[in-house]
Write a protein that binds this ligand. Structure first.
Ligand SMILES: O=C(O)CCC(=O)C(=O)O
Ligand SMILES: [Fe+2]
Length: 199
């Protein structure tokens, strides 16, 4: 899984800019580590229709590789706020971009908002591998990744501080996660002068 995550990261860097693998892969992602979570979702005894197995959230990782079983239920939210089913397909893994990569890429890569919905009264299993920056890493999007003429969207922050922020705002369980990396480190652009040509 680690090797797979590294390969995915290389491809992601290739897509962000020419020469970025050489410049940033070793320098920025060398300290990444991963952990695997085995998840068992049990339907409630009084199951009637759909129930939420895991509430809407974004992952705190750089990338997450998910292996869902054949039951289905993973959903991702579109920009317009529509929930879309990620149908399981044999031999296929699901890859999510996480918050750490969203901040590092200055928002060029979007951390997916997703959830799990149980649609049938059966147990559901999944494996999720979270590949993350080291706790002490300071995430700061390189100027070249931001690109000329674009504004920096996130203040630099220490990874572990974000993890703690999320843990303290999640109220114990995966309820609706109201806060993401934007709330933690997003820079509010305040105008220093009124917009022109507004008459
Ligand atoms: O179980 C799944 O399919 C997804 C799990 C997930 O999103 C998570 O653990 O962060
Ligand atoms: Fe997730």
């Amino acid at each position: 899984m680690t090797e797979l995550s590294k390969r995915i990261m290389e491809i992601v860097l290739m897509s962000l800019g020419e020469g970025f693998v050489k410049k940033y892969y070793e320098a920025e992602f060398n300290g990444c580590h991963g952990y695997l979570r085995i998840i068992n979702y049990s339907p409630p005894d009084d199951f009637k229709e759909e129930v939420e197995g895991l509430g809407m959230h974004t992952d705190m990782s750089c990338v997450t590789v998910v292996y869902p079983d054949e039951i289905g239920g993973l959903q991702v939210r579109s920009r317009e706020g529509k929930w879309m089913d990620i149908s399981p397909c044999e031999g296929t893994l699901v890859v999510n971009i996480g918050d750490m990569l969203q901040a590092w890429s200055n928002g060029k890569l979007r951390s997916s908002e997703h959830r799990v919905v149980l649609k049938k009264p059966v147990n559901r299993f999944s494996l999720a591998f979270f590949w993350c920056f080291e706790d002490e890493k300071v995430i700061l999007a390189p100027d070249e990744v931001i690109g000329e003429g674009n504004t920096r969207m996130y203040k630099p922050f220490v990874c572990l501080d974000y993890v703690k922020f999320r843990e303290s705002s999640e109220k114990g369980k995966f309820e609706k996660v109201g806060f993401t990396v934007k709330d933690f480190a997003g820079i509010n652009i305040t105008r220093t002068h009124p917009p022109e040509n507004l008459s």
